[in-house]
Structures are given as structure tokens and as C-alpha cells.
Design a protein around this ligand. Structure first.
Ligand code: COS
Length: 386
């Protein structure tokens, strides 16, 4: 039993933290008023993103810990620079779907630009009427001669209108629901693709995508018609664990800030940190963060070892627990800081706004419970107790 990270991953964690402190945080500060993705952060992230793609697809990944690396990077980025984490996550979702479902040729053609952050990526699954029920998407793809023609619209899509490469899920057979879902690579210069921005609680690029007789080459399908749902779910497994890591990063930032604040600010003649009511909160926060982190690392480990069915459940548990935990922890953080916790002068206010989404994106808490419970029931063994 060894609770330390593999050396390669620990080194990566340290490198990401240093990069965030030295370059990403200043880049995020400078561009906070700019509309659209922060291009400076995009450029700087080009130092990190190759670490999660194999050399054959233009990356630098040479060890077996891809999911673990994604989770460790996301925890550090979320702790220090949420803007960078958001960009890293979208890039990862898009690139991972191509890694899971693409041919060698597709990987060589599309992944290097994503790995090096030369093009932004986007993962377009959700629709107005198909969020949790992803198998019921209504966007269609029909083969006409040598082209797929996509029609429909996608909702709540990160990087919509700014990505260079989109992985778009569309049905090639509506009557087969999940088994009719297929995945396609669509490039941004396609005249059949347009985007409309949406405004959100968190300051990120999210929008609607419209596919209007959007014609793409026949070879831009990932795998075969009907394979798309599998690629979506496999990608989401990894990125559910990664949302867990992102939540742990938020929660750790909240604890670090609450602790620093409580050591300095006084009430009733002594620092907040010396009041037992505050100490109990701090102790609960630290313990819950550690529990969430261990669930995340365990899920990533299972994914890296290819234990797919088990890994889906571990990823769902990590996402569900860590996101709900982070909401409790940030809530405690606000309470410790009182009115200042809600002031824009402190990072806690931003954490409070942003942490809410963790229980929704990449599958709501309810969907994670469904994934866990289905497998529990499926694999239940006879009761052996007294
Ligand atoms: N890995 C690989 N394959 C998977 C899988 C996984 N994690 N989960 C499901 N599949 C496969 C199933 O094995 C099944 O194929 P077979 O019938 O050949 O076995 C197929 O996909 C359909 O699965 P299922 O019957 O479980 O589909 P449901 O329509 O019941 O949907 C849920 C399952 C609800 C789990 C799915 O729709 C979901 O995850 N919804 C949330 C979507 C989401 O997270 N959206 C976030 C936005 S994207 S950023």
C-alpha cells in the first residue's frame, strides 16, 4: 500500500502549481474584463496539455497515468487559476473523445493542435431536451454521398463559437436512442455551424451551437455509426473523476483562504481561528477534502488500470461526493469570513459562485447516483450476514 503519487505525476503537479503561480494567475488578472477565451492562458497552457496526450498524437505522455495526471492537473489549476482549469477541461473532453473513438489517422490529424493548445476544443453532447438523458438527442446525421449532413442544435456548450475543433454527437438512427448516437469531428470553418453566446454565473464562454445542413467529410465520424454514446460515456467517466478533482481544488482553495483569514481576523478579542466554533468547521473542511481527494485518486487509478465497469462507478462516486463536499466546504468558508466571504474583494465570493456548477456539469449528482445504484443492483451478491 503506497499513498504517494507516482514520481512523474508528483513532478507534474509541482510544475503545474509553479506555472499557475508564475504565469497563469497574472494572465488571468490582466484579462479579466476581456470577452471570449483568455488567449494568453491558452498559450501558457500549451506547456501542460501535451502531458495528457500520447507522443503518437503530438503529446508528451509517456507513462500509464493519464487519468491521474488529468485529475492532479485539474486540482492544482482549480485551486490556483479556475480560468485555466476551465480551458484545460474543455480541451481534454474534446481530445479524449477523439483518443477513445478515433482512428490513428484522425488522432494524428486532429489531436496535436488540441494537445499544443493551437486550437481550442469543444465537446457538444447536450441539447435543450437532452441533458441528463443523453441518449435522447435529436440532432441528426445523415449520409449523403461522401458527406455526413448534420442538422439540429446543441445547448450549454463550452467554447461554442471559439473552438477550432468540435466533437459533435448526433443520431444516425433516432429509433435506436443511445445505440443510434454517433460522434463526429466538425471544424470551425464549416459554414453550416454557428454559435450564440449564453451568459452564465461563472465568466466562461458557453453557448448554443446550431448545425444547419452542416456537411462534413465521410471520414470525420469517430468509429462506426452508433458508437458515439460509448465514446461519450468513456470520456465522461474520466472527466467525472476530473470534476471531482476540480471540486477538491476549489475546496482546498476555500480552506486555505478561510484559514489565512481566521488566523488574522479577530472577534471577541482573539483570532477567529482560536474560537472552537470556527475550529470545528476547519476540521470538518480538511477531513472532507481529504476524503474527496482519495475518492478521486482511486477513481483515476481504476480508469488508468482499465477496470472500466468498476471505474465508471468509482468516477461517479468521486464526482458526486467531491462536488457536494466542495459546496459544503465553500459554504463553511463563506460563513467563517462573514460578510467578507461575499465581497468581490476576496476569492471566496468567486468560489461560492462557481462551485455550484460542479454538481451539474458532466452529469448531475442525480445521474451519478443513478450510475452507482444501477451497478450496485446489477452486481448485488446474496446477503451473507446473520
Ligand atoms: N462506458 C462505456 N459504455 C457505457 C458506459 C460507460 N461508462 N455507460 C453506458 N455505456 C453503454 C452501455 O453499456 C449501453 O450499451 P449496451 O446496451 O451495448 O451494453 C449503452 O451505453 C447505453 O447505456 P444505458 O442503457 O445505461 O443508457 P441510458 O440511456 O440509460 O443512459 C446515463 C445512461 C443516464 C448514465 C447517461 O445518459 C448519462 O450519463 N447521462 C448524463 C449525461 C451527462 O453527463 N451530460 C453532461 C453533459 S456533457 S459535458
Amino acid at each position: 500500500m503506497d499513498f504517494s503519487l507516482p514520481q512523474e505525476v508528483e513532478t507534474l503537479r509541482e510544475r503545474v502549481a509553479a506555472l499557475a503561480k508564475l504565469r497563469l494567475i497574472p494572465a488571468a488578472r490582466q484579462a479579466s474584463e476581456v470577452e471570449g477565451p483568455n488567449r494568453e492562458i491558452q498559450k501558457i497552457l500549451g506547456d501542460v496539455t501535451p502531458e495528457i496526450y500520447p507522443v503518437s498524437a503530438g503529446g508528451r505522455l509517456t507513462h500509464a497515468y493519464r487519468a491521474l495526471a488529468i485529475c492532479v492537473i485539474r486540482e492544482e489549476l482549480s485551486r490556483l487559476c479556475p480560468e485555466a482549469d476551465h480551458m484545460f477541461a474543455q480541451q481534454g473532453l474534446c481530445g479524449s473523445a477523439i483518443l477513445f473513438g478515433g482512428t490513428d489517422l484522425q488522432k494524428q490529424r486532429f489531436v496535436p493542435a488540441l494537445a499544443k493548445m493551437e486550437r481550442l476544443g469543444s465537446f457538444a453532447l447536450t441539447e435543450e431536451g437532452a441533458g441528463s438523458d443523453a441518449g435522447s438527442i435529436r440532432t441528426t446525421a445523415a449520409l449523403r454521398e461522401n458527406e455526413w449532413v448534420l442538422n439540429g442544435s446543441k445547448h450549454l456548450i463550452s467554447h461554442a463559437g471559439y473552438a477550432g475543433t468540435y466533437v459533435v454527437f448526433a443520431s444516425t438512427d433516432l429509433s435506436r436512442r443511445a445505440k443510434g448516437v454517433s460522434a463526429f469531428i466538425v471544424e470551425s470553418d464549416n459554414p453550416g455551424l454557428s454559435a450564440q453566446p449564453l451568459r452564465f454565473l461563472a465568466p466562461y464562454v458557453v453557448g448554443r451551437l446550431k448545425l444547419d445542413d452542416c456537411r462534413i467529410p465521410r471520414e470525420n465520424i469517430l468509429g462506426s455509426p452508433g458508437d458515439g454514446f460509448r465514446w461519450a460515456m468513456q470520456t465522461l467517466d474520466v472527466f467525472r473523476a476530473a470534476v471531482g478533482a476540480h471540486s477538491v481544488g476549489f475546496a482546498q482553495a476555500a480552506l486555505d483562504l478561510a484559514l489565512a483569514y481566521a488566523r488574522v481576523h479577530q472577534q471577541f478579542g482573539k483570532p477567529l481561528a482560536e474560537h472552537q466554533a470556527i475550529q470545528f468547521k476547519l476540521a470538518e473542511m480538511a477531513t472532507e477534502i481529504q476524503a474527496g481527494r482519495l475518492l478521486v485518486l482511486y477513481a483515476a487509478w481504476q480508469k488508468d488500470y482499465g477496470l472500466d465497469r468498476q471505474a465508471s462507478v468509482a468516477c461517479a462516486m468521486a464526482k458526486m461526493y467531491a462536488s457536494e463536499m466542495a459546496n459544503r466546504v465553500v459554504n463553511h468558508g463563506v460563513q467563517i469570513m462573514g460578510g467578507n466571504g461575499l465581497s468581490k474583494e476576496f476569492h471566496m465570493e468567486r468560489l461560492y459562485r462557481e462551485v455550484r456548477g460542479t454538481m451539474i456539469y458532466e452529469g448531475t449528482s442525480e445521474i451519478q447516483r443513478l450510475v452507482i445504484a444501477r451497478q450496485l443492483v446489477r452486481a448485488a451478491r446474496p446477503y451473507e450476514g446473520p
